[in-house]
Design a protein around this ligand. Structure first.
Ligand SMILES: C[S@@+](CC[C@H](N)C(=O)[O-])C[C@H]1O[C@@H](n2cnc3c(N)ncnc32)[C@H](O)[C@@H]1O
Length: 263
C-alpha cells in the first residue's frame, strides 16, 4: 500500500470536512435507498459518510480508512447516527466477505492508491451481484483557475511529481472508466462534475487548504524529501495562492470524473 500523500494535517482536513453527499456524491443520490448496506472506502473525516448514512438509514454503513487516526474525526461527524461502524482497512485487500454490500463507494481515494484496478476488483468482490460500485476522483489536469499571480502556476507540476512519486495518479478522473473495465466491470456509467470556488470566503478557505498544505502538510515533506521542490519553491507557491485568493475576480474549478458500475 502506498502511504497517503496528503496525510491528515488540518489544512487537508478542512477541505475534506467541507464535503457532503450533495456537493461530492450527487451522482450517487438516486441509488441511496433506505435499507441499503453501504461500504464507504477511504472515508477520511466522514462528512460524506454521514450523508450516506442519513439517506440509507436504517441500512448499515461501514466506513473504512487506511489511517486509524482519521477515524476519530469520522466518528465525531457521524455521532448523531446509529447505523455507522468504522474499521481500518486497505482497499487493495478488504477484510469483508464476498457480496456483503449493496453499494460500495470511494471518494478521492483511487488517485492515491498503488493499484486502483486491484482496488476496484476488491470493491467489486464485496459488492452484491447487481449492486453498485461508485467512485469520484478529481482530475488535476482539469483544474482551471484565474488569475495566475506569480507562483500560482508552479504548484501543479510539483504536486504531479509528489503524487506520482508516492505511487498515485493525479489525473485519475479521466481514467476511472478505464480502470473499472480493467477491473472486470462491463456495465459502467461515466459522468463528470465540478467544484467551483469564487466568493471571498471560498477563496480564502481553498487557498489556505491548498497553499497551506504545500508548506505545512505531508505534501511539503514529500516534496522536499523527494527532491521535487525546495522550501523556498513551496513558499513561492503559497504566496501565489494567497495573491490568487486576494483577487476580487479569483475563480477556481476542479473537474471530477465519476463512475457507477454494476457489480
Ligand atoms: C482525499 S481523502 C478522501 C476522504 C473522504 N473520502 C472524503 O472525500 O472526504 C483519501 C482518504 O483515503 C485514505 N486512503 C489512502 N489509501 C488508502 C487505502 N489503500 N485503503 C483505504 N484508504 C486509503 C486516506 O487515509 C484518506 O483518508
Amino acid at each position: 500500500m502506498s502511504s497517503y500523500t496528503h496525510g491528515h494535517h488540518q489544512t487537508v482536513l478542512s477541505s475534506h470536512q467541507w464535503r457532503t453527499v450533495e456537493n461530492s456524491a450527487a451522482y450517487l443520490i438516486p441509488y441511496l435507498q433506505p435499507g441499503a448496506a453501504v461500504l464507504d472506502v477511504g472515508c477520511g473525516p466522514g462528512t460524506i459518510t454521514a450523508g450516506l448514512a442519513e439517506r440509507v438509514a436504517p441500512g448499515p454503513v461501514t466506513a473504512v480508512d487506511a489511517a486509524e487516526s482519521v477515524l476519530a474525526e469520522a466518528a465525531k461527524a457521524t455521532a448523531h447516527l446509529d447505523n455507522v461502524t468504522f474499521a481500518t482497512a486497505d482497499v487493495h485487500a478488504l477484510d469483508f466477505p464476498d457480496a456483503a454490500f449493496d453499494i460500495v463507494h470511494a471518494h478521492q481515494v483511487l488517485q492515491h492508491v498503488a493499484d486502483p484496478v486491484q482496488a476496484l476488483r476488491e470493491m467489486r468482490r464485496v459488492c452484491k451481484p447487481g449492486g453498485v460500485v461508485a467512485a469520484r476522483e478529481a482530475d488535476f489536469g482539469g483544474m482551471v483557475w484565474y488569475p495566475s499571480p506569480p507562483g500560482m502556476d508552479d504548484w501543479r507540476p510539483i504536486y504531479y511529481n509528489v503524487a506520482r512519486g508516492n505511487g498515485g495518479e493525479p489525473d485519475a478522473g479521466r481514467r476511472l472508466s478505464s480502470w473499472a473495465r480493467a477491473a472486470g466491470f462491463s456495465d459502467v456509467t461515466s459522468s463528470a462534475s465540478v467544484w467551483c470556488y469564487s466568493t471571498p470566503e471560498e477563496r480564502e478557505w481553498w487557498s489556505e487548504s491548498w497553499g497551506g498544505r504545500l508548506v505545512r502538510s505531508s505534501v511539503a515533506e514529500h516534496a522536499v524529501s523527494g527532491g521535487h521542490a525546495t522550501r523556498a519553491d513551496l513558499e513561492r507557491c503559497y504566496a501565489g495562492w494567497k495573491a490568487w485568493a486576494a483577487a476580487d475576480d479569483g475563480w477556481f474549478s476542479v473537474l471530477h470524473g465519476e463512475i457507477v458500475c454494476r457489480a
